[in-house]
Design a protein around this ligand. Structure first.
Ligand code: TXA
Ligand code: MG
Length: 358
């Protein structure tokens, strides 16, 4: 799904085959150096508490177009603008609604992205021409310091190739983007491991577009009624979805992914049903199966741990040249919801099947 954004300078071609600078967030000067690259219109991958982001100056149209190129992301998919203060947030949004104060006080900085009416200063390329902009104030100290040192709002999607599994380590981001970005700021593993909750405040009832570590229950406590967007309506073209990132196959490994319900015996049956296939599993600790490869996922029911290891597991299994990856689906509680949503999208919704008496 290549796209060729227009209006890029001729020097731009060389950017797709560049030396990517590896910087450690622990090293003196690395944040300043990264901020300098952002100010100069370059691309820097950086850690947040959710996943790594691929950042550029959100107010520089050409810089933002480079993100689309590096990720091979279609121009209709808008990106999140990251800020390091309330003041910076207010410089990109127009007329924040009444609920904004409460949300800011309760959840920011943190893993919550708000979709709000945008200011004219935000270029259309960032928002895919929408009248709204998605904004997030990350809690990760490295992300905060980078944005503050840049002195600019930073547009940043997850630092992976479009449609693929989001990166939770610097190595993951480099596996997808080495040679396509100016620098990566290594800040170790991301604590949460799944992307931020996206909440649309531009609708009459606040609408969750993507589930994440800030849960519907928490948002309801703060706001009253909160709806969840139904990503199941896939008959509509992607461009028309409330959040384009809600597309069907997304967050996906290359290997086919099949899901089972959350019981050990269903997973075992699903593997046994496929004796001729090379099957790998995202395996809850202590569950007993014989598979060609199993990734020790963490204790079943410990959703925060399972969320933090989800993408590392999918990426690891994807390297094993398997015919199939099998994973059990968490229940709809807490972060289990976010994991479910990602797994369903990664599987293209082949809600299996697997091991069920059919
Ligand atoms: O945790 C995160 O949110 C990470 C880190 C880097 O902050 N970022 C991230 O960005 O996941 P990205 O681009 O991979 O996902 C942003 C999602 C997409 O599904 C996009 O369609 C949606 O937010 N989005 C962005 N702007 C929007 C808008 N104006 N209206 C509706 N959806 C929007
Ligand atoms: Mg993404």
């Amino acid at each position: 799904m290549g796209l060729a954004p227009s209006g890029l300078p001729p020097s731009y071609n060389s950017f797709l085959n560049m030396q990517t600078l590896r910087l450690s967030a622990m090293d003196n000067g690395s944040i300043e150096q990264s901020a300098g690259i952002i100010r100069a219109g370059g691309l820097v991958a950086f850690p947040t508490e959710t996943v790594y982001g691929l950042g550029a100056n959100a107010l520089d149209e050409v810089a933002v177009k480079k993100i689309f190129m590096a990720k091979d992301r279609p121009a209709w998919d808008p990106m999140i603008v990251h800020v390091s203060s309330r003041k910076m947030l207010e410089s990109v949004v127009a007329r924040p609604p009444a609920q904004f104060d409460r949300l800011f006080g309760d959840f920011m900085p943190g893993p919550l992205t708000l979709v709000l009416p945008k200011q004219a200063t935000v270029p259309d390329v960032v928002t895919a021409g929408r009248a709204t902009v998605a904004v997030r104030f990350p809690a990760h100290p490295v992300a905060q310091r980078l944005i503050a040192a840049s002195g600019l709002p930073v547009a940043a999607p997850s630092a992976n190739r479009f449609g693929r599994v989001s990166p939770t380590t610097a190595e993951h981001a480099l596996a997808d983007l080495d040679g396509k970005i100016d620098a990566i700021l290594d800040g170790g593993r991301c604590r949460i491991g799944v992307e931020s909750t996206v909440l649309d405040l531009s609708t009459a009832t606040p609408l969750i577009l993507r589930q994440g570590a800030v849960t519907r229950e928490q948002l309801q406590l703060a706001l009253g009624q909160v709806a969840v967007a139904d990503s199941a309506d896939l008959s509509r073209p992607q461009e028309g979805l409330p959040s384009p990132g809600m597309m069907l196959r997304h967050y996906a490994p290359r290997t086919k992914l099949v899901l089972t319900d959350g019981r050990e015996r269903t997973l075992i049956a699903a593997v046994q049903e496929r004796p001729k296939q090379k099957v790998g599993a995202l395996l809850p600790s202590g569950w007993n199966i014989r598979a060609a490869a199993s990734f020790d996922w963490g204790r079943w029911g410990d959703w925060p741990t399972l969320a933090s290891r989800l993408y590392a597991g999918l990426r690891w299994l994807d390297e094993k040249k398997l015919d199939l990856i099998i994973a059990p689906l968490p229940s709809e509680e807490g972060l289990g919801r976010a994991i479910r949503e990602r797994l369903l999208k990664a599987s293209g919704r082949e809600m299996s099947l697997a091991g069920r008496s059919r």
